[in-house]
Design a protein. Structure first.
Length: 363
């Protein structure tokens, strides 16, 4: 017997997730000192972690022989204080927001059920849907990457379980207006997952709507503004009925003890958060202004910007940047993104300057 045939048919169709390139990979391929590599391909926080978070993690390290709280109540209370919701509206995942998508899909997907996904966007929605037996249904955005309400509502049918909206959207950086979200929430018989991984860098978010709509899930992460991508902490703000069901199917003890204390300390480190946000807002302006002289730059509410290098080709330009030790994200692997888009994480002032001068040489 060919045991591969035992794999779920929808899983066989999955194209592997393409992550941003790592420092180690580029250092060994191009023989570059890893210390000199500028990594702006995965929207991490270039400030490093909050010192308060590091201190809390160090203090806890001797206690890793014990299981954490299975329902992560202490962390959920701290997230509740940050978001303005009680712990009964908060769920967490020790596998980043990716873990939240996965558990939600496990909770809601049934064979033949559909997720509606406006593209281009973060590719894991598609993988989480397929991996849990569902079917992704794609809808193109307009040329400025805004979602088109009629097109989304047209795709709805009795099999639609989930609509994935990303605000600010990865890779385009634009947010979805509240009135559009309200229109969708009020007119569909499905759940709406709004991915707010980058919300801290925008002027406002949509989490207040969870108080009004029983079909809304707001996904968040500690990986971006809080600088804890390596800890893999994600959470969601949800109606209480979803939190109760989620707690039944999430893997027990999913949030480890070091992440728990690191996350709680990071939530209290207002200075670090302000510094991250200011750095991104200033850097975004710098990149927009300078790269805007060379190519089309899309306005962004996130910690990255998207540029269109046409008639050039994103793959070739990213390769030339890699040779200079600069990692950015070639968006060719994003479904529906075409061949000419590059996403650049906003770095420190010096990193941004290096990126700008590299682009001046290459373009
Ligand atoms: C839009 C979006 N959602 C979710 C994630 C995953 O976040 P996490 O690191 O919490 O898994 C990312 C990661 O880059 C992202 O860009």
């Amino acid at each position: 017997m060919k045991f591969e045939t035992l794999v779920r048919p929808t899983v066989r169709d999955i194209k592997e997730y393409v992550p941003g390139k790592s420092i180690e990979e580029i250092a060994s391929k191009y023989h570059i000192d890893p210390e000199k590599i500028i990594k702006l391909g995965s929207n991490e926080n270039p400030l490093g972690p909050s010192r308060l978070a590091v201190a809390a993690i160090k203090e806890q390290i001797g206690k890793v022989h014990l299981y954490p709280q299975s329902d992560a109540l202490e962390l959920r209370n701290a997230i509740g204080a940050y978001t303005g919701y009680p712990a009964g509206n908060i769920v967490v995942s020790g596998n980043g927001m990716d873990g939240i998508f996965d558990t939600m899909m496990r909770l809601f997907m049934t064979p033949g059920a559909e997720s509606v996904i406006p593209i281009p966007t973060f590719s894991y929605y598609e993988i989480a849907t397929l991996a849990n037996g569902g079917k992704p249904v794609f809808v193109e955005r307009d040329p400025d990457f805004n979602i088109e309400l009629e097109k989304i509502i047209d795709k709805m049918n009795e099999n639609t379980k989930m609509i994935f909206l990303c605000s600010p959207n990865n890779p385009s950086g634009n947010s979805i207006p509240e009135k559009d979200v309200r229109k969708i929430l009020g007119s569909v018989n499905a759940l709406v997952f709004i991915d707010e991984a980058y919300v801290e860098f925008a002027d406002s978010g949509l989490s207040k709507l969870v108080k009004e709509y029983d079909n809304l899930i707001i996904g968040r992460t500690f990986s971006k503004a809080f600088g804890l991508a390596g800890m893999r902490m994600g959470y969601a703000i949800v109606p209480e009925w979803i939190a109760r069901e989620f707690l039944k199917v999430m893997t027990p003890f999913s949030m480890d003890v070091l992440s728990t204390v690191g996350g709680i300390a990071a939530l209290k480190d207002e200075k670090y958060l302000d510094k991250s946000i200011n750095m991104v807002k200033n850097g975004r302006e710098q990149l927009l202004k300078d790269l805007g002289k060379l190519c089309k730059v899309y306005p962004s509410d996130a910690n990255f910007i998207l540029i269109d290098v046409s008639p050039g080709n994103a793959k070739d330009i990213c390769e030339s940047l890699l040779e200079k030790g600069i990692i950015v994200r070639d968006c060719t692997s994003f479904r529906g993104a075409g061949q000419s888009l590059i996403r650049i994480t906003v770095g420190t002032k010096e990193q941004n300057e290096s990126v700008i001068s590299a682009f001046h040489e290459i373009l």
